[in-house]
Ligand binder design. Sequence first.
Ligand code: 5RP
Length: 292
Amino acid sequence: MADLDDIRDGDNFGLNTPADTSNFYLKGMNSMSWGIKNRMSRIFNRKSGRTVMLAFDHGFLMGPTSGLERIDLNIAPLAEEADCLMGCRGMIRTSIPADNTKPICLRTDTGTTILTEMNHNTLISEEDAISMNASAMAAMVAVGDAATEASTIANLSNLVDIGNTYGIPVMGVTAVGKDMARDARYFGLASRVCAENGASIVKTYYTEGFEKVVAGTPVPVVIAGGKKLPELEALELCYNAIQCGASGVDMGRNVFQSEAPLAMIKAVKEVVHNGATPQEGFDAFNTFKAEA
Ligand code: 5RP
């Protein structure tokens, strides 16, 4: 029985303190559910409003590519420095320790490899994404590819329905095909398509005129790093994207194929979170490398 004769009336209602009506700190997220906001704040640093996600999903397209031969040896040791780990369920389950507390952005679509026509992707089950404790789910859209545009946009849209049901943000990943122009007009269109279909994060590629891509995309935009560049150039890429309003990076090869991956991810964080210039980031890279 509930104890009815000793109920203490509350007397600390903070009557002089109005309820907090401030906006959520990330672009475009005010109308999202509590669950989506909560998961977004696991991924995006509250102070800088940005993120350094570590992408290692490449194997589902290209197998054990350089720097990803052993996720347990190549990626797990970097996890502590990443704000979020982006990968496929098989590699996370087998090779990332389950006591990892970094948020997971789970690659939630899968399909064909580089050996055939790419982008004929389908979604994995939401039950499995939930069982992985995913903080975000990622699916690729192949805007401009006649064979797969409709099915990949349908994938994203379906994933957003699922994400909205369970409070899990969806990251739309804009694909680059061999016949697609890599310019602000194309990435602006592809990024906007992701946001229009309900993505909470858009991952795309830096290009000249990137400020227009970001401005036309009403949710946080992160950039992929693309092919391996010399470290200073990769840091310039991060810096330029941030200057144009990007909310961070979801970077793979320029970290795990670096001569010093741990030093590189720390240097990327200096640029993304701490306002370092590319040269300051590069100096930090050399310092971190020497300390290792
Ligand atoms: C491709 C992806 C990759 O994760 C993406 O390309 C990021 O890796 P990188 O920085 O090596 O380009 O999502 O679909």
